[in-house]
Design a protein around this ligand. Structure first.
Ligand code: ZN
Length: 188
C-alpha cells in the first residue's frame, strides 16, 4: 500500500507556497522514498511534496519502469525556450487533461539527496514535468493555465464529482480506463 494519500483539488495544502529545504537529513530521505512508493502506486510520472501534504521544496519523478527514480531538492528553472503543447494531467486532479502550451525546453538546477548540485537540460515531456512540479511548489495548479471556457467546464466537472462524492475517476485512470481515449497525456 502507498505510504501517502495523494491530496486532491480542494485541499488547501495545494494552494500554499512550499518552504525551502534547509537540511537534507534522514527524514528527508524517508520522505523521498515514501513519495516514490506513492508515485509507483499510481499512473503518474512526477510527484511534488505538497501533493502528499508536505510543504517542502522537493519533488520526485520516474520517467518509466526501467528508468532510475530521481529526487530534486530546492529546484530552480532558468532558460525557458520555445513552445510546446501537451495534454497535461495532474495526480491531484485525476482523470482530467488539458492541452496546455508551455516552454518546450528548460534548464533545471537543484540538489540531490547527497547535497550535490544537479543541473539538467530538459525538453518536451521532462521539461513539462519540471515546470508542473515547480508550479506545485508555488501552490499553483494547471487549472490556472486554462482559458475561461475550459476553466468553466473543468470546474463544473470537479463540482459534479464533489456533489456525487465521485472518487472513481482517479481509480479509472489508474486502471487504464479512458486513457488514450482523447489523448495519451500523463498525470504529473
Ligand atoms: Zn500535478
Amino acid at each position: 500500500m502507498a505510504p501517502y494519500r495523494i491530496r486532491i483539488f480542494g485541499d488547501p495544502v495545494l494552494k500554499q507556497r512550499a518552504a525551502d529545504v534547509t537540511d537534507i537529513d534522514g527524514r528527508l530521505v524517508k520522505l523521498s522514498e515514501d513519495m516514490l512508493a506513492t508515485l509507483r502506486s499510481v499512473a503518474g510520472l512526477g510527484l511534488a511534496a505538497p501533493q502528499v501534504g508536505v510543504q517542502k521544496r522537493l519533488f520526485v519523478y520516474q520517467m518509466g519502469e526501467d528508468e532510475d527514480p530521481v529526487v530534486i531538492v530546492n529546484p530552480t528553472i532558468s532558460d525557458a525556450r520555445g513552445e510546446w503543447e501537451y495534454e497535461e494531467g495532474c495526480l491531484s486532479i485525476p482523470g482530467l487533461y488539458f492541452p496546455i502550451v508551455r516552454p518546450k525546453e528548460v534548464h533545471l538546477t537543484g540538489y540531490d539527496l547527497q547535497g550535490n548540485e544537479v543541473s539538467i537540460e530538459a525538453d518536451e515531456l521532462l521539461a513539462r514535468l519540471f515546470q508542473h512540479e515547480l508550479d506545485h511548489l508555488e501552490g499553483r495548479l494547471l487549472l490556472e493555465y486554462l482559458d475561461k471556457d475550459q476553466r468553466k467546464s473543468a470546474m463544473k466537472e470537479l463540482r459534479r464529482r464533489e456533489v456525487e462524492g465521485d472518487r472513481s475517476a482517479g481509480h479509472m485512470v489508474r486502471a487504464g480506463v479512458g486513457r488514450g481515449r482523447k489523448n495519451d497525456g500523463w498525470e504529473l
